[in-house]
Design a protein around this ligand. Sequence first.
Ligand SMILES: *[C@@H]1O[C@H](CO)[C@@H](O)[C@H](O)[C@H]1NC(C)=O
Ligand SMILES: *[C@@H]1O[C@H](CO)[C@@H](O)[C@H](O)[C@H]1NC(C)=O
Ligand SMILES: *[C@@H]1O[C@H](CO)[C@@H](O)[C@H](O)[C@H]1NC(C)=O
Ligand SMILES: *[C@@H]1O[C@H](CO)[C@@H](O)[C@H](O)[C@H]1NC(C)=O
Ligand SMILES: *[C@@H]1O[C@H](CO)[C@@H](O)[C@H](O)[C@H]1NC(C)=O
Ligand SMILES: *[C@@H]1O[C@H](CO)[C@@H](O)[C@H](O)[C@H]1NC(C)=O
Length: 840
Amino acid sequence: MGNSGSQVSSYVAADYYPAPYGGWVGDWADSYARARELVESMTLAEKTNITSGTGIYMGMNLVILVIHVASNELSSRLCLGDAANGVRLADFVTVFPAGITTGATWDKDLMYSRAVAMGKEFRGKGVNIYLGPSVGPLGRKPKGGRNWEGFGADPVLQATGASLTIKGVQEQGVIATIKHFIGNKQEMYRMYNPFQTGYSANIDDRTLHELYLWPFAEGVNNSACSQNSMLINGILKDELGFQGFVMSDWLAHMSGVGSALAGLDMNMPGDTQVPLFGYSYWMYDLTRSVLNGSVPVDRLNDMATRIVAAWYRFGQDDGFPEPNFSTTTRDREGDLYAAAWPFSPRGVVNEFVDVQEDHYLVARQVAQDAITLLKNDGPLLPLSTDRPIKVFGTGAAENSDGPNACSDRNCNKGTLGQGWGSGTVDYPYLDSPIDALRKNAKDVTFYDTDKFPGVPTPGADDVAIVFITSDSGENTYTVEGNHGDRDGSGLYAWHDGDALVKKAAETYANVIVVAQTVGPLVLERWIDMPSVKSVLFAHLPGQEAGESLTNVLFGKVSPSGHLPYSITKQESDYPSSITDLVTGSGVQDDYVEGLYIDYRYLNKAGIKPRYAFGHGLTYTNFSLTKPAITKVAKLSALPPTRPAKGNILDYSGPVPGESEALPPAGFNKIFRYIYSWLQPDEAKNAVKDRQTKTYDAYPRGYSTEQKPGPRSGGDEGGNPALWDVAYKISVTVTNSGAKHSGKEVVQAYVQFPDNIPYDTPITQLRDFAKTRELGPNESQVVELQLTRKDISVWDVEVQDWIIPNVDGRFKVWIGEASDRFSIVCYTDQLNCEANVEHPL
Ligand SMILES: *[C@@H]1O[C@H](CO)[C@@H](O)[C@H](O)[C@H]1NC(C)=O
Ligand SMILES: *[C@@H]1O[C@H](CO)[C@@H](O)[C@H](O)[C@H]1NC(C)=O
Ligand SMILES: *[C@@H]1O[C@H](CO)[C@@H](O)[C@H](O)[C@H]1NC(C)=O
Ligand SMILES: *[C@@H]1O[C@H](CO)[C@@H](O)[C@H](O)[C@H]1NC(C)=O
Ligand SMILES: *[C@@H]1O[C@H](CO)[C@@H](O)[C@H](O)[C@H]1NC(C)=O
Ligand SMILES: *[C@@H]1O[C@H](CO)[C@@H](O)[C@H](O)[C@H]1NC(C)=O
């Protein structure tokens, strides 16, 4: 005990074999039984065929799998599609606000409604598997390129966003993919290929459990990874009882036998790390590995069954639409297999199915309710529509070449609604701020430039609105010197936006700054200037960037977003393990800061941020009264013994005969397409190898004997007792202002008892709730809860979650930001107090 995340000396990747069979969780029993039967009827090559894509850009969509069973003529495709915020590379779809924007709403209902709408669009376009939500990167590195795809720099905010997204999407019959498992914290040097070695994310066990695994535990249903047996077999499939299938990220597949044994179930998009040659570590080679005895038959059966079980589980065998759009052309007809160019057969590839319905409404609501008012000096906001408005900054207007002019949004021109890379969606239209401003205000002058122009002498009534941006994305592209991560710009506004704000603030007496940004910015160059009256973060609003903003500016609604990360005064307020990006091949990235990222670090180090995690102002005031805490469950330090695994199906069987590996007579190979068949002599040799050779490359710790599972497991997400509600807290929220309606976010942070043998962050977010829109004097009672897990720490020696002092005084701080608490409740005496000094 007494283990601290920050006391780490060396790292080893432990082993864990064999891959645990799927199918032992009660809810999945029926889907598994049907899947097992179907897989039983497949040939060897049919089984390996469904564990892998057929190559990048092959097929009408990203990747198409075929479940073809001769005996019952069942044939279906499994289409997989990005992005986390909508259907990628498609027409007639909605560009929903990014994950970070959704996190900034702190609104569970909206997180869910956005997911329902997205799930409908994926389904309508025929996409079986939604490649989202993203909870990794989690926001450890403020400059990390893809933080914006997730919900914020806190495991609970991420877990809530992800689990509600999974629920909403899966209720539409679409399989969700929580990603990226795990330790994917920056873009540069993330890939292994012949040109570079990826970095190694070295995370100690406690930090893994209490930060980075946390959202996966609440969202477990699907994931991506490659070949770490401890992570996939041990932690994901046994400890978290994951019943879905584990998929490699695109071009992250690195071995054949090794990854199969380590628990990988699907390889995407099928190719080796260098695509487009028609080579694969699986498909024909997995068929060979089973025939030659190196990959056990039960492993392949488990892989195939996991995939088919998920397909049954979400009813995809029953009327799921076929994919009906192409990711490579918008023409009606085109290559059926783009990667087989110029030899591909052609056909209808786009049916132009419009799946948008009225989803712009939920998209706009999310964008609007995410807008975070950071600074608000004086009565400028809400703004009168009569005032003369001078607008500065290219972020106010759509890219003049069109919002989709740059592929995968790999430029920062005009309104920034998304970052760049594979996590983006093509705009059907972009409602830009300038359009909405002109529509709503009487006198608008727009200077479409990021360099402060010559302007007439300002009138006393003039208001300047300055738009600044900060972009990031996937390492596939370098944009204005930023290699995915914000390594070029750092945390300053792009296009010299800080100078633009400064100049505007020197010229006008009333300045409002609007930031469209992927993450935190350093605002110090101008934030204290007296004419900078108000600062709004719009985050990444998606297609509904205009009216969502003017609704807030002109006071149709009050701002209600809160920061999903901290904003520091300088980047170096964090330790170098957080601020430094890995800048070389094969570098070890040691997570030496342990549990101390974002506000957890700042609080420990006693550093006051400019704006704290959870901060967000509004036009009215709220009071929190009548707090009450009740104890729900009687607790012991350790959770009750886990339930044993339920009924486990038998996946074993004889190695099939070589005929099951052969293509049908007269089979015509499509150029570059990856097939699961072997040539007759290859199949013969594989069988001979099994009889004459022994495979001598089994990994350390390899075994074929199924295990009962670790003590911390027991169901999906771990021991089900971890989710037992331990305490409930209620508080009455009242709009105490006189004029404006508004929504309040109530946040609950746990402080562990003093004198426990574990070093824990001073306060940690554990639950939150947002009220409905409350008029002046209106109240709403808000309920929050703490589970057993919320008051536990991960003990690396016991290998379980432990409540460090069951009868001790846990303090639950309640407030509207991580630095603004108005109430504290105590678990030992079950009482609450108001106006207690902040713990920091
Ligand atoms: C594998 O899938 C492809 C389509 O992606 C199909 O043409 C082929 O017949 C399948 N092969 C087997 C062995 O099922
Ligand atoms: C994951 O799937 C299981 C089974 O379908 C379901 O009960 C659970 O609610 C899902 N989890 C989330 C977080 O949606
Ligand atoms: C079986 O085939 C796989 C894939 O080609 C290969 O890596 C492995 O060494 C082979 N095993 C034997 C015993 O030949
Ligand atoms: C395309 O999608 C529509 C609507 O979901 C569906 O009705 C249609 O069958 C799909 N087209 C094809 C070719 O599957
Ligand atoms: C909110 O309360 C503060 C402090 O009591 C007060 O100064 C401010 O005017 C109030 N704002 C509104 C909009 O009522
Ligand atoms: C709110 O309540 C106060 C005190 O009861 C009262 O004076 C005021 O008129 C009320 N305001 C509104 C808008 O109802």
